[in-house]
Design a protein around this ligand. Structure first.
Ligand SMILES: *Cc1c(COP(=O)(O)O)cnc(C)c1O
Length: 485
């Protein structure tokens, strides 16, 4: 419990020569005692002044990089600016201090938020039902593929053991397919960077459980044959899965439902603004068409006109995916973001994201190789191959960007672009920022030709200089102990 210390001279005590505050917690009895043999004998912690500790952490924070500081062009990750009002909302006691085992009647507000989010996502995805449980995009993929399996098995169709993915797919797609017990079949993309219909036709069979694609795909290109693809897949009795990581390129303009998809996962942390990176935190709700609703994980959030409740009444549920509320704080942020933007606001987000990307594409075209001529949606993938003749790799370009105080884009993904340099400016960058960003990229392109050593030795202006990538991969230091040289 939190006690407010009342100002009182008696509370100030002298401890090892320092004045400190005596708080009324002395009589607290700890029931759990650490066994003698496990208790630490020599607690060797430095006795630092407050200002020293503050300066240490502020200094550390200044060595870091975040979207609050500057452009964060990490493609595929949608590193948009995250409005601070969402942080205020998730910091409210009503959100922060609820317990997962509280009675439904005491958490009606939280359930309402979750219920409304389900409804919003249904509309945005063009789906009929949604589960909020999965805690990442990849977790959503895994959940979605379990639903695919349940669907076919429920129809006594046990031979569907294959998931088809294009060669431009994110690595989590084949990984989730394997984890869910399927065999992954990879098909190549055509010369326009889209699904090769002949390759798809050849791969489809009565063993196909689903075709899993991202649209716009990882090149940022919209699949122009998506309706035809949906027809081909459905005619073979298979399902069509939508990797929703790139929703920022279509949101409010169209829906995966309209394109013929049966299952969608949403990466709430990407599209709907939760600060994320380094593996978390995330939420990957899954939306499905009517025919898959009976397999959703339990519980979904129900509403009977008066009360919100956990609905466990799902006929052929695949069971539970995550404990309790899932990643509740991410759900609340997404709900707040959608409420604040409204339907037309979400559409504007997409329009700005697409405009920004194509602006950047035009600005850098000619300086960096640009495979595929199509217009892009929310991201654009350049290639560093034109710098090979100067001994420069995409990695060197990315490292040099750090010297200019920028975050690097995604590199070497998607795999179908050699020396890939994948940029996603997002809608939250102004024209001024994009101009500045492009100017630096153009400067780096000329440095690569005129003074390649600058790039090869980069970064020089960062807290940590160039890292020996080979050594780091071969002999990773995984223990917390510092190595004494
Ligand atoms: C980010 C991403 C994923 C995986 O999502 P996580 O939330 O990181 O698990 C899947 N597909 C694509 C295209 C992505 O960009």
């Amino acid at each position: 419990m939190f006690h407010q210390a009342v100002w009182d001279e008696k509370l100030i005590i002298e401890k090892s020569g320092k004045r400190t505050l005596k708080l009324p917690f002395e009589n607290v009895e700890f029931k759990m005692k650490i066994p003698e043999d496990l208790a630490r004998k020599d607690l060797n912690i430095n006795d630092n002044e407050e200002y020293e500790v503050i300066r240490h952490y502020v200094r550390l924070s200044q060595m870091n990089y975040g979207v609050d500081l500057n452009t964060y062009p990490l493609g595929s990750c949608t590193m948009k600016y995250n409005p601070k009002i969402s942080e205020e909302i998730v910091s409210m006691d009503q959100v922060k201090y609820i317990h997962p085992l509280q009675d439904e009647s005491t958490v009606q507000g939280s359930l309402q938020i979750m219920y409304e989010l389900q409804e919003f996502l249904k509309e945005i995805g063009g789906m009929d039902a949604v589960t909020l449980q999965p805690v990442a995009g990849a977790d959503g993929e895994f959940t979605g593929l379990l639903l695919v399996r349940a669907y076919h098995e429920n129809r006594m169709d046990f031979k569907r053991t294959e998931i088809i993915v294009p060669d431009s797919a994110h690595g989590t797609n084949p990984a989730s397919s394997t984890m869910a017990g399927f065999t992954t079949i990879e098909i190549k993309s055509n010369e326009n960077g889209m699904v090769d219909l002949d390759a798809l036709e050849a791969a489809l069979s009565d063993k196909t459980a689903a075709f899993m694609i991202t649209n716009p795909n990882t090149l940022g290109i919209f699949e122009e044959n998506i309706l035809k693809i949906a027809k081909m897949v459905h005619e073979k009795g298979a399902l069509l899965y939508y990797d929703g990581a790139n929703l920022n390129g279509i949101m409010g303009k169209t829906t995966p439902g309209k394109m013929g998809f049966d299952i969608v996962h949403f990466n709430l942390h990407k599209t709907f603004a939760t600060p994320h990176g380094g593996g978390g935190p995330g939420a990957g709700p899954v939306g499905v068409k009517k025919k898959l609703e009976e397999f959703l994980p339990v519980p979904v959030i129900g509403f009977d006109g008066k009360k919100y409740f956990f609905d466990y009444n799902i006929k052929n549920s695949i069971g539970k995916i995550t404990g309790f509320y899932g990643n509740f704080a991410v759900l609340v942020r997404a709900w707040a973001y959608i409420k604040l933007k409204g339907g037309s606001g979400l559409k504007e987000v997409t329009e700005m994201a697409v405009l920004n990307t194509n602006y950047l594409r035009k600005k850098l075209q000619g300086y960096y190789d640009l495979p595929y001529k199509e217009l892009r949606k929310h991201e654009v993938v350049f290639s560093g191959t034109n710098f090979k003749q100067y001994g420069i790799k995409t990695l060197d370009i990315a490292k040099r960007m750090l010297d200019y105080g920028l975050h690097a884009p995604t590199i070497y993904f998607p795999l179908i672009v050699e020396e890939a340099l994948m940029m996603e400016p997002t809608e939250t960058e102004s024209k001024e920022n994009l101009d500045k960003f492009a100017e630096i990229m153009i400067r780096i392109a000329s440095e690569a030709k005129e003074n390649p050593e600058l790039l090869k030795n980069a970064p020089q202006n960062t807290a940590v200089g160039k890292i020996d990538e080979v050594e780091a991969a071969r002999n990773p230091v995984l223990s917390w102990k510092m190595i004494k040289k």
